[in-house]
Design a protein around this ligand. Structure first.
Ligand code: NAD
Length: 426
């Protein structure tokens, strides 16, 4: 099989981002000569639930939001993936993100399948009470496919540990007892793990340090630009600064700041905590998100939305390493351009796997009722991330493919092996 039957029948989830996830999958599947039956199965989600989420707003009016929860795979254990609150959320995006979660979990060796969820909403335009109602009703609507052995959500764009606490509480109210294992990324007070909040950013940096070692670069004084200053972006900035790098530019939805001498990352984080965004931050000169991507620097970290590095701007990037904190930030057609220009790409399913890895630690700690110290969490995380990096690099070199292809090949091959061992029911 080369091009799948996928193109003959186009269900509603076949949006451009889903097509991109499928194209990546099919490219890697062809190289590893994937079993055609497994191919057919993985080209679509295992199950996808669309829900209407009605809530009463602060002004008394009822508004109905569209919500989704998608399981791409559950061969090795419960499916795992974040919940996104963003105005652009749609079924295709959630299906693509769920598929990437499958490869990511397999790549770093976690006993999880891939899932994702989301609600089409603007969380920044909603009050805390409205967000709580939205989260609780969404949780109630997806209850039939949720559970610590079924599907375990975590935070993603627009959601955080408070969202997870409301989800955990809602699920537990239905059960009649506390079920902390139903979500990860929850507050430490209800069974969260040390280091989960910082995990994705730290993981990004562990892979950046490995890439630098491979490329003969030194972290001290290396210049970094980061797009997105939420959970992933700010924690990446913090960990890069701790490693000796100079963070010269950061941005969020409204634009960002650049300072050639380096930004004070702790100060910027504290500003965002106080003001809700980087708007008005005076640590450097203002710049747009487009300008940030094209700054001369050593490390560029897209840590916001997908589809940021395109055919149009790939020629203009002036960095040595792209570390994909975000999911799907590089379009398919941009990959060969980056490769031909000698830019080393650490693909999303590798670079940002730290989040789901510490989610796994949280789930394991919860099952054992035994909690680890922060140092232990980071040591284990570093080991998993550096091992995965080494495996991907070795495959890329041995098979003469780029890092994205190598990461996909490893992830898909691992999960395909498990799928074939289980066989087809009935
Ligand atoms: P977040 O909501 O905490 O932060 C998102 C940031 O992106 C904010 O600073 C926001 O202002 C900014 N942003 C939004 N739209 C933007 C735009 N158009 N241009 C520039 N910036 C914009 O989200 P997060 O959890 O940090 O997630 C960021 C990315 O990382 C997403 O792609 C997500 O899927 C991925 N990711 C997150 C985790 C995690 O553990 N949170 C794990 C793996 C991957």
């Amino acid at each position: 099989m080369t091009a799948s039957d996928h193109s003959a029948y186009r269900p509603e989830y076949c949006t451009p981002i889903y097509d991109m996830a499928v194209a990546q999958f099919e490219k890697a599947a062809a190289v590893i000569d994937l079993d055609p039956n497994v191919w057919q199965r993985f080209v679509a989600p295992k199950r996808a639930l669309m829900v209407s989420v009605p809530i009463r707003m602060e002004d008394g009016a009822i508004r109905v939001f569209s919500g989704y929860r998608v399981h791409h795979d559950n061969t090795l254990g419960p499916s795992k993936g974040g919940v996104r609150y963003h105005p652009d959320v749609n079924l295709g995006e959630v299906c693509a993100l769920a598929m990437w979660m499958t490869w990511k979990c397999a790549l770093v060796g976690l006993p999880f399948g891939g899932a994702k969820g989301g609600i089409r909403c603007d969380p920044h335009a909603m009050s805390r009470l409205e967000l709580q109602r939205l989260t609780r009703r969404y949780t109630a609507e997806i209850l039939p496919i949720l559970g610590p052995d079924i599907d375990v959500p975590a935070p993603d764009m627009g959601t955080n540990e408070q969202t997870m606490a409301w989800m955990m509480d809602t699920y537990s109210q239905f059960k009649g007892y506390a079920v902390p294992g139903v979500v990860t990324g929850k507050p430490i007070a209800i069974g969260g793990s040390q280091g989960r909040n910082e995990a994705t950013g730290r993981g990004v940096v562990y892979t950046v340090l490995e890439a630098m070692r491979h490329l003969g670069m030194r972290p001290e004084g290396a210049r970094a630009a980061i797009q997105g200053f939420g959970n992933v972006g700010s924690n990446t900035a913090k960990a890069l600064a701790e490693a000796g790098c100079t963070v010269i530019a950061i941005s969020d939805v409204n634009g960002g700041v650049v300072n050639d001498r380096g930004l004070d990352v702790a100060d910027a984080i504290s500003y965002v905590e106080r003001h809700g965004s980087l708007d008005g931050y005076s640590g450097g000169e203002a710049l747009t998100n487009t300008e940030l991507l094209e700054l001369p620097c050593d490390v560029l970290v897209p840590a916001a939305l997908s589809a940021q590095i395109t055919k149009a701007n790939a020629e203009r990037l002036r960095c040595r390493i792209v570390a994909e904190g975000a999911n799907g930030p590089t379009l398919l057609e941009a990959d060969p351009i980056l490769q031909s220009r000698g830019i080393f790409v650490i693909p999303d399913i590798l670079a940002n796997a730290g989040g789901v890895t510490v989610s796994y630690f949280e789930w394991v700690q919860g099952l054992q009722h035994l909690f680890w110290k922060e140092r232990e969490v980071y040591e284990r995380l570093r080991e998993i991330m550096t091992t995965a990096f080494a495996q991907v690099l070795a495959t890329a070199q041995a098979k003469h493919v780029d890092m994205r292809m190598a990461a996909l090949m490893i992830g898909i091959e691992k999960i395909a092996k498990a799928k074939l061992a289980r066989g087809v029911f009935p």
